[in-house]
Design a protein around this ligand. Structure first.
Ligand SMILES: Nc1nc2c(ncn2[C@@H]2O[C@H](COP(=O)(O)OP(=O)(O)OP(=O)(O)O)[C@@H](O)[C@H]2O)c(=O)[nH]1
Ligand SMILES: [Mg+2]
Length: 447
C-alpha cells in the first residue's frame, strides 16, 4: 500500500468508524477533519524581522513574500500550488474561509479582522503539490502592539494543529524576549503541536560580530527557551543565516550547512504526514475512550439504581398482586371473589386478575415515576458533583487527558434522562478498543 492509499484508507475509516462516536460524545471533529483532508503543512512563526519571509522566498527560489527590517507583514499567507484546473493566483481570506476544499472554514469564527489578514497564494511549484507553507505575521511585544483585532495566539494554535512542522524563528537581537513569542511557546504550542513537530531556528546569526557574540546570543535563547518550555534539555536549535541576503560570511562558512539542513527538514515535512495524522487520531481516541469510560462507569451505577427500583417494584407489587383485591373487596365489595380464594377453590377466571394486575400496574408506575423524577436526577446531580470519581486517575497522563475531556462528560450529564443510561456506552467502548487494536495498529505497522 503506498502512502496515498494508506492516507485514503485512514481517512475513510476514521470518518466512518470514529466520527460518529466522537460526535455522540460531543467532540468537535473539525480539527481532525482538517488534518485528514488536506496536504502537509509547514507553519513558520516567530519574532518580527527574524527572517521568516526571507526563508520562505529561499524555499520557493523567488521573491514571493515581502521582506524588510521593520515589522513588515501583518498577514498570514498560505502558499501552495493550484489544483490542476486552476491557475496561479491569490485567494483572499473571505473566499478562503468559505471554501470547503480547504481546512480553514472554522477560522471564520475569528472575525473580519482576521479574514482580512489571511490569504492564499497559488504558485506553480511542483513541490507545493504536496506541501503548503504558511508565512505568518511577526510576533510583537504587547507594548508595541496596537491590537491585532483577533485572537492571535488562538489563530497560531489552530494553524499549528494543522501543521506537520512548526518552524519557530528567533534572531540574535530578540532571543526569546518578545511577549507574543513567550505566550505562544508557553501556552499555545504545548496544547496544539507535539514537541517533535517544532523546529527551533535562530536566524540572522551573521549579525553577531564574532563567535563570542554568537555564543552569548545562543546562550540567552537557550535560557529563555528553558524558562518558556519548562524543559531542562535544550532542543536542537538551527543556527542559520540567509545566504541570499548575506554576502560577506566571514567566520560563518562552517554554518552554511545548517541552512541546507533546515531547508531539507522543511522539505521533508510531507514524510511526517501519516505519522502526524496517526498521532492526532491516537490522541483523539484516547480522549474519546476516557469519556466513554466515564459514561460506562456512570451507566453501571445507574444500572444498580435501576435494579434496586425493579426490586422495590417487585416487593411492593407482590403483596399488591396477592392482597389488594382483599382490600377492594372489603371496601368496595369488588371483586366478588379474590384471586387467592379463586385459586384455592379452583374457580379461577381471568376476571380474578383485574384488581391484582391493576395494583401491580399502579405500583410499577408510581415506582417508575419516583425513579424518573427523583432517583435519576439525583444520581445525575451526584455524578456531576463527583465527576472525577467516574474514571480512575492513576497516572499523570490520564489526569492530563481528563482535564481536557471532563467538560464533555459534564455536558452529557447535564440532561437527566434514559439516553445516557443505555448499554450503548459499553458497546462503544469495545468498538473503540477494536479500532485501536485492529485499525490503528495496522496503520502503524504499514506506515
Ligand atoms: N543579515 C541578515 N539579514 C537577514 C537575514 N535574513 C533576513 N534578513 C533581513 O532581515 C529583514 C527581515 O527579514 P524578513 O524575512 O522580512 O523577516 P520576517 O520574519 O518575515 O519579518 P515580519 O514579516 O515583519 O515578521 C529583511 O531586511 C531581510 O533582508 C539574515 O540571515 N541575515
Ligand atoms: Mg515576513
Amino acid at each position: 500500500m503506498d502512502e496515498k492509499e494508506l492516507k485514503d484508507e485512514i481517512q475513510y475509516n476514521v470518518r466512518e468508524k470514529l466520527f460518529p462516536l466522537l460526535e455522540r460524545y460531543l467532540f468537535d471533529t473539525r480539527d481532525l477533519e482538517a488534518v485528514l483532508k488536506w496536504k502537509p503543512v509547514v507553519l513558520i512563526i516567530g519574532n518580527y524581522s527574524s527572517g521568516k519571509s526571507t526563508l520562505v522566498n529561499e524555499l520557493l527560489g523567488k521573491e514571493v513574500q515581502r521582506t524588510g527590517q521593520a515589522p513588515t507583514d501583518d498577514s498570514f499567507t498560505i502558499i501552495t500550488s493550484p489544483e490542476p484546473e486552476e491557475t496561479e493566483n491569490d485567494i483572499p481570506g473571505s473566499t478562503l474561509v468559505n471554501d470547503e476544499r480547504f481546512p480553514f472554514t472554522s477560522f471564520k469564527a475569528y472575525g473580519e479582522r482576521f479574514i482580512s489578514h489571511v490569504k492564499m497564494k497559488l504558485l506553480n511549484e511542483p513541490f507545493l503539490d504536496n506541501l503548503a507553507i504558511i508565512d505568518s505575521p511577526g510576533m510583537l511585544d504587547s507594548v508595541t502592539e496596537k491590537g491585532r483585532g483577533y485572537d492571535f495566539p488562538e489563530v497560531i494554535g489552530d494553524f499549528a494543529k494543522l501543521a506537520d512542522l512548526v518552524v519557530l524563528m528567533f534572531d540574535p537581537h530578540k532571543a526569546g524576549t518578545i511577549k507574543e513569542t513567550y505566550t505562544t511557546i508557553r501556552n499555545t504550542l504545548p496544547e496544539t503541536a507535539s514537541e517533535d513537530r517544532i523546529v527551533f531556528v535562530m536566524s540572522r546569526i551573521d549579525e553577531c560580530d564574532n563567535l563570542a557574540d554568537l555564543v552569548r546570543s545562543y546562550g540567552t535563547l537557550c535560557w529563555n527557551l528553558s524558562q518558556m518550555t519548562g524543559r531542562k534539555d535544550i532542543p536542537r536549535i538551527y543556527l542559520t543565516f540567509s545566504t541570499t541576503v548575506v554576502r560577506n560570511i566571514g567566520y560563518l562558512d562552517d554554518w552554511i550547512d545548517e541552512r541546507t539542513k533546515l531547508k531539507e527538514k522543511i522539505m521533508g515535512a510531507p514524510e511526517l504526514r501519516i505519522n502526524n495524522i496517526l498521532f492526532d487520531v491516537d490522541k483523539k481516541i484516547n480522549e474519546l475512550k476516557m469519556v466513554v469510560e466515564a459514561m460506562t462507569g456512570f451507566h453501571r451505577g445507574g444500572q444498580r439504581l435501576l435494579k434496586r427500583a425493579v426490586r422495590t417494584a417487585f416487593f411492593c407489587g407482590l403483596p399488591a398482586f396477592l392482597f389488594l383485591d382483599f382490600i377492594s373487596q372489603y371496601t368496595m365489595d369488588f371483586p366478588r371473589q379474590t384471586l387467592i380464594f379463586s385459586l384455592l377453590t379452583k374457580t379461577f377466571s381471568i376476571n380474578n386478575l383485574i384488581v391484582p394486575a391493576l395494583g401491580v400496574t399502579v405500583i410499577s408506575i408510581l415506582i417508575g415515576l419516583w425513579y424518573r423524577k427523583w432517583t435519576l436526577p439525583r444520581y445525575f446531580k451526584k455524578c456531576r458533583a463527583n465527576v472525577d470519581n467516574l474514571v480512575s486517575l492513576n497516572d499523570a497522563y490520564r489526569v492530563q487527558i481528563w482535564s481536557r475531556v471532563k467538560k464533555n462528560v459534564l455536558a452529557l450529564l447535564s440532561k437527566p434522562g434514559f439516553e445516557e443510561m443505555s448499554f450503548e456506552h459499553q458497546r462503544n467502548f469495545y468498538d473503540i478498543e477494536g479500532f485501536i487494536k485492529d485499525d490503528l495498529q495496522m496503520y502503524y505497522s504499514l506506515k
